[in-house]
Every structure is written in C-alpha cells, then in structure tokens.
Design a binder for this molecule. Structure first.
Ligand SMILES: [Zn+2]
Length: 239
C-alpha cells in the first residue's frame, strides 16, 4: 500500500483505487486511499466505495490502521482483490474534523505562549472537541482570554503548509513549542504542519490550508482534572 493520499492533499474528497486485499468479507485494504483512519485523537472518515464494474455501493463505516495498513470496514460483502473502486469521503464530517484539528493546533500554541501550558492530548469530535493540558492553578478567565487571542489569530487567516523536516532540525527550530518537541518521534523525516508565523508541529492528521476556514472557537467549559491537569471543551462557529 502506498502512502495515504490525505498526507499530501487533505482536500481530496474522491479518488480512484484498486482493492488490494479483503479480510472476513468486510475489511478492505486499497492500493492507495484518502480515507483517514482513527488515530492521534482524530476520528476516522466515513463514506463509500463504488465498484467501477457494476456501480455497486459499499458504505464505509469505520477506518483503522493495523500493521501499518489502512483498513476500511464496509457494510456489504462482495469486494474482491483487483476490483477497481472509486472512494468517496463523507466530506461534511471530514471537513468539520479538519476545522477542529486545525483549531486545536492554534489553541495549544496560544495556551503555551500565554501560560506555558503543556498540551498532553486531545480528542476531536464533530460537535465538540477537547484539549488536555497541564497548568498550575485553575483560572477560567485566563483560559477564556486565551480563546479570545486564538480567535484573533484565526481571523488573520494565516496560511497552513505541509512541510518536511528531520528531528535534528526541528529540535533547534524555535517555531516548534517546547512541549511539541517532547512529543516528536526521533525520525529522519517528519511531516510538519506549519501555521505561518505562529507554530510548527509534527503531525500526521488532516488540516485546513487557511486558518480563516475555522471560523471561531467557542468555549464550552473547562474542567479541573486534579493537581495540574486541565481540560477545555470547545465547539466551532462557522465562518
Ligand atoms: Zn495536526
């Protein structure tokens, strides 16, 4: 299987491919795919595979990465290795997740810049997302002011680029925040999401090309999860 198509172009909604293998009549691996698998806090894509020979439709209900292969769980049996298919991604769902994911990058960087907070994880969702971070003291007003700052940056419509660097180079680059450096794998080739003028981060997810597509971050609530663990829930307002 070739590198996932979403790595180069996260706006690809449809693609042509060939079935490489099928397990238990429902777990389908394609030669190449633009479907994003469930990982790194970003939920899987849904959509459908259309067989070119007869037009029959195989809804994709889950996508996961196993043994380094992206596996599509389809609702109907019948696909065979060698079948030519067209993949169609449920774009409303994926685009919402791209907006959430990019917003999470902005918010994590603003929290770090303003308070020194280290982001420890995130879980993106369609309706709401959450960010976990460590911060001494629990000051809700401070968190809300960070969200305000994040929204001012979003309004500027900064470019978001997909770049590549090495671990060695990234470690010496101040555009990467200290906490994101800690999370970085020690690889020769790292995929980097560069929000021009704000932040660089090694990430394998799908992002927007322009911050203005986020709209605005809406604060839902902040939770105190013990000594210095905090959690923010947020949703998005359409641009
Ligand atoms: Zn990301």
């Amino acid at each position: 299987m070739k590198p996932a198509l979403y790595l180069k172009d996260s706006y690809m909604k449809e693609f042509s491919s060939t079935v490489e293998s099928v397990k238990d009549d429902k777990f389908v691996v394609l030669m190449e795919t633009a479907f994003y698998p469930n990982m790194g806090g970003q939920p899987y894509d849904t959509g459908k595979l259309l067989r070119e020979s007869d037009g029959s439709e195989f809804p994709v209900v889950y996508v996961g990465k196993f043994d380094n292969m992206i596996s599509h769980e389809v609702l109907r049996p019948g696909l065979k290795p060698g079948d030519k298919v067209k993949g169609v991604i449920d774009w409303d769902r994926r685009y919402k997740l791209m907006r959430m994911h990019t917003a999470a990058h902005v918010l994590a960087r603003v929290l770090y810049n303003e308070t020194g907070a280290n982001t420890s994880g995130n879980q993106l969702g369609i309706e709401q997302s959450r960010i976990d971070f460590t911060l001494e003291g629990f000051d809700k007003d401070r968190i809300i002011s960070c969200i305000k700052k994040a929204n001012e940056i979003i309004k500027k419509g900064l470019d978001v680029r997909i770049e590549e660097t090495s671990y060695e180079k990234a470690i010496g680059d101040d555009d990467f925040s200290a906490p994101s450096k800690h999370l970085m794998p020690k690889l020769e080739r790292l995929r980097v999401i560069n929000i021009k003028g704000l932040d660089k981060q090694a990430c394998g997810g799908t992002h927007l090309k322009d911050l203005s597509e986020i709209g605005a971050i809406i604060f839902i609530k902040a939770e105190n999860k013990g000594k210095s663990n905090r959690r923010i829930y947020f949703s998005l307002q359409d641009p």
